[in-house]
Ligand binder design. Structure first.
Ligand SMILES: [Zn+2]
Length: 315
């Protein structure tokens, strides 16, 4: 195994010539605590060296004939890294370096929209970015920008998720569409912040999709999130303070098992969606988001030459 970890590129090429993985399942909260066997067989693991530091560990798995990469955003054994401290650029760069074309990402936000409840699943279709202290681009100090953000997420991947949900969702409530507001964290939001976000059109509030989704777009990777609602946002319901518990009362104890079941249902659905799209040529705006710069000769075929070295630009 030691040799494999030292030369994982060779390992991938040797073991998967006809079925290279083009998919990354990006796990959010609870990704380190999935039931045994959920992801199938692990073939290799590595951390990728990037201009932004080492990525989180990226594991190559195989399940039902599908090879895919898996990365747990918040840690390997538990919730070790809160959202503001995730190295989003290193992780998305690593995905591109490994040849990933589609990212299915999950996230556990709170519900602002009154019709959502903990344990529901949502396929969001829009973002509000209220993060403050995160590097949000690969193109610091370069003349590259103005990348269109509509559709915000890959429509092809979202459709595949929706189709996969029917037979695999186990009757869990799925809402298609919704705006996810991303806050900086790691603290939770105040009641006034939630009222403000609701008035701005947010249905969900979380801390992880920004800048991850934007970074994927910058490297022409399709990106589609699945949200599982983990709690009510502050002030949405009158909930007593419960000392010493997760979310301190914002997740009613009676709904905790529904939340866990919703999270555990995500990998199978995302992998079914990935399998349905495997081998299909991409025909979506995400795949050509940098085309204008390619046409002008600003960027070449190797994405590693596209990105700026960190700290080079002004913020
Ligand atoms: Zn796409």
């Amino acid at each position: 195994m030691g040799d494999q970890l030292r030369s994982p590129d060779q390992l991938l090429i040797k073991r998967a010539p006809a079925n290279p993985s083009r998919v990354l399942l990006l796990g959010g909260s609870g990704a380190y605590a999935l039931p045994a066997g959920t992801l199938g067989e692990r073939l290799s693991s590595r951390r990728v060296r990037t201009p932004y530091g080492l990525s989180s560990p990226v594991h190559l798995y195989e399940r039902d004939g599908l090879r895919f990469f898996f990365l747990s955003r918040h840690g390997e054994r538990g919730y070790e890294k809160t959202a503001p401290y995730v190295n989003y650029r290193a992780n998305v760069y690593a995905a591109k370096r490994l040849g990933v074309e589609r990212i299915f990402a999950w996230t556990g936000p709170g519900a602002i929209f009154p019709r959502y409840r903990p344990g529901d699943l949502v396929l969001p279709d829009d973002l509000l970015d209220f993060t403050r202290n995160r590097p949000s681009t690969f193109y610091e100090g370069k003349g590259i920008g103005f990348i269109r953000q509509s559709p915000v997420f890959c429509e092809t991947a979202r459709k595949a998720l929706r189709s996969a949900w029917g037979p695999l969702g186990g009757g869990k409530r799925l809402h298609v569409g919704g705006t996810y507001a991303c806050t900086e964290g790691p603290r939770l939001e105040t009641p006034a912040e939630i009222r403000f976000l609701a008035s701005a059109g947010a249905h969900l509030v979380g801390m992880t999709l920004c800048p991850e989704a934007f970074l994927a777009r910058e490297l022409e990777i399709c990106y589609a999130p699945v949200a599982y609602v983990t709690n009510y946002a502050e002030g949405v319901k009158r909930l007593p303070y419960r000392r010493g518990t997760l979310f301190e009362g914002m997740l009613p104890p009676s709904l905790a098992s529904a939340v866990e079941a919703a999270k555990n249902a995500i990998p199978a659905v995302a992998l079914a969606a990935a399998g349905a799209l495997a081998g299909e040529e991409r025909d979506c705006p995400c795949a050509v988001s940098m085309e204008r710069y390619r046409k002008r000769g600003v960027i070449g075929p190797d994405f590693r030459d596209w990105v700026a070295q960190p700290g080079r630009g002004k913020r």
